[in-house]
Design a protein around this ligand. Structure first.
Ligand code: VG1
Ligand code: CO
Length: 544
């Protein structure tokens, strides 16, 4: 078979964001667009000859075409073996697990995660390194620099690979292995959790669960694990077949976009437990009967109960959370006597802490939780962790969370997103806030006095690398916080995220609606940041 060296022109817009390169499908369909970025990855990660690469995606529109292109480019670049998910399907956590298990040099995940799909939706490419985690900033920077000068790429002239049939075939010198998308991942889950006990919980007849895969990649994993392996009735998993356009929905597991599941869990005959995942299966939302668990609380509850779960029975080395995530887990860490690390937004910042054995559990407020079993966040893992705790404690989700608040106090928390605002005003708003920072300390806003204000800068405790300007923080003397940053995953205009948190130790005040409990802080945030004046928006688009 013939290897073509194709001339191309470099592009200026291939800078990876919080989690890979995300663009409209139409951008990726431009001639050479995908090829330029893939070749930039191959050129940046060192010698690929004879190495193993893992490849798969969340099944969204353009997944299959992109996989065929990448297979032929990987073969032309001398990769020894490519493990590709059957039908082109691999969730982000499964990819991370497979890279680690087979000591691959890395993996390519085709996904724009929680962004909508379809011909008019988004597509994305993430590169993960040999530890199974997202490429750290020095690697994404190298890829970006390469994309700005690249003048050719290599591709094999060959027929498309059959992605439906399991097994090995050859693409030039390269072995292509079509693998079961679920098998390795399921095996890892069985090594961490008490499947017998969870199976007993799910089959004894008085504990019902509903899982919503939102027509995205977690469907096949959820069918195999909850229904086939753990005995939950068929029908437990809703929307479990990945669709190219996610059924027209927005595959983001939160109260707004997973409203069908929310309606089920808040109905009169609601099941005991509900969960949803995002496009690529790394996010999770946990619901009890008529009860929503905030992701920040979920992380804290998992940390506090980790010893009940076989894979974590020895205890935790430490925990880590992204800066905007609520401080609930810090209180658990303090009680256990372990470190709680605070990192910038994005899973790539947890990799070093996990590799160095400094942290066991990690989490983000954006519905992401995971541990050192892989180097990505893991939606299904979080659900199994919860089910394992529920099977041991024999209490409801609500009881467990309420007891948690009684012990540690409650961190009221909410995130307000202003989506698709204009880039100019969004940047102005952040610039203005930054310039205000030195003047805020000591100022009084209603009942709140500013204790500190800064633009978060992170020094990685393992390799010493510094990441600046990771979000404006305004902290008050009673422990409340307001955090403001711009999203790094959107593809249209800018998205402003405002995170608001307060701490309530008094159990008699644990029953408020967070929007009510946080009302004055929300107003203070809107005033300090002049959100309405600068963006024209009176209300956020999404509140979680
Ligand atoms: C968002 C979340 C962040 C998460 C990232 C990727 O980033 O806030 O916590 O790590 O998405 O998640 P941003 O920059 O838009 O705030 V996913 O599920 O896309 O891999
Ligand atoms: Co995701």
């Amino acid at each position: 078979m013939k290897i073509h060296k194709v001339s191309t022109t470099p592009l200026s817009d291939q800078k990876p964001g919080t989690s890979g390169l995300r663009k409209a499908v139409k951008a990726f369909q431009q001639p050479h667009y995908l090829e330029n970025f893939i070749q930039s990855i191959f050129d940046s990660v060192g010698d690929l000859r004879g190495q193993t690469l893992v490849l798969g995606g969340d099944g969204r529109y353009y997944n299959r075409q992109a996989i065929q292109i990448i297979l032929k480019m990987a073969a032309a670049n001398g990769i020894g073996r490519i493990k590709v998910g059957q039908h082109g399907i691999l969730s982000t956590p499964a990819t991370s697990a497979i890279i680690r298990k087979y000591q691959a040099i890395g993996g390519i995940i085709l996904s724009a995660s929680h962004n909508p799909g379809g011909p008019n939706g988004d597509f994305g490419v993430k590169y993960n390194i040999s530890n199974g985690g997202p490429a750290p900033e020095k690697v994404t920077e190298a890829i970006y620099h390469r994309s700005k000068v690249i003048d050719s790429y290599q591709i094999l002239e060959a027929p498309d690979v059959d992605l439906e049939t399991l097994g090995e075939s050859h693409l030039g010198e390269t072995v292509v292995e079509v693998i079961d998308s679920v098998h390795d991942y399921q095996e890892l889950m069985e090594s961490l959790f008490d499947f017998d006990r969870i199976r007993e919980l799910l089959t004894r007849g008085n504990f019902q669960i509903t899982i919503d895969a939102l027509h995205a990649v977690a469907g096949p994993y959820a069918h195999a694990i909850f229904e086939q392996r753990l005995g939950a009735p068929v029908g437990t998993v809703r929307n479990g077949t990945p669709l190219e356009d996610f059924g027209g929905g927005h595959p983001d597991p939160n109260l707004v976009y997973a409203h069908e599941l929310v309606d089920i869990l808040y109905a009169e005959d609601a099941p005991d437990f509900g969960a949803a995942f995002d496009g690529d299966g790394d996010r999770n939302m946990i619901l009890g009967r008529k009860f929503f668990v905030t992701p920040s609380d979920s992380l804290a509850v998992l940390a506090a109960n980790a010893k009940l779960v076989p894979g974590y029975s020895e205890g935790l080395a430490g925990v880590a959370r992204s800066m905007p995530t609520s401080q609930a887990v810090d209180r658990v860490a303090a009680q256990i006597g372990i470190e709680s690390y605070e990192t910038p937004t994005g899973w790539k910042f947890f990799g070093n802490l996990l590799d160095a054995g400094k942290a066991t559990l990690c989490g983000e407020e954006s519905f992401g939780t995971s541990s050192n079993h892989i180097r990505e966040k893991d939606g299904l893992w979080a659900v199994l962790f919860w089910l394992n705790i529920l099977a041991v404690r024999q209490q409801s989700v609500e009881q467990i969370v309420r007891e948690h608040w009684q012990t540690y106090g409650r961190n009221y928390y909410s995130r307000h997103d202003y989506e698709e605002i204009q880039t100019g005003p969004a940047n102005t708003l952040i610039e203005r806030l930054r310039s205000l920072l030195p003047t805020l300390k000591g100022k009084q806003f209603g009942n709140y006095q500013v204790e500190y204000s800064d633009d978060f800068s992170y020094t990685d405790p393992v390799d010493g690398s510094v990441s600046d300007q990771q979000g404006v923080r305004i902290g008050f003397t009673d422990g409340s916080r307001i955090v403001v940053r711009l999203s790094g995953t959107g593809t249209q205009g800018a998205t402003l995220r405002v995170y608001i948190e307060s701490y309530e130790p008094d159990p008699s005040k644990h029953d408020l609606d967070p929007q009510e409990a946080l009302a004055s802080l929300i107003t203070i945030a809107q005033e300090i940041a002049q959100i309405c004046e600068l963006t024209g928006r009176e209300q956020p688009t999404v509140i979680t």
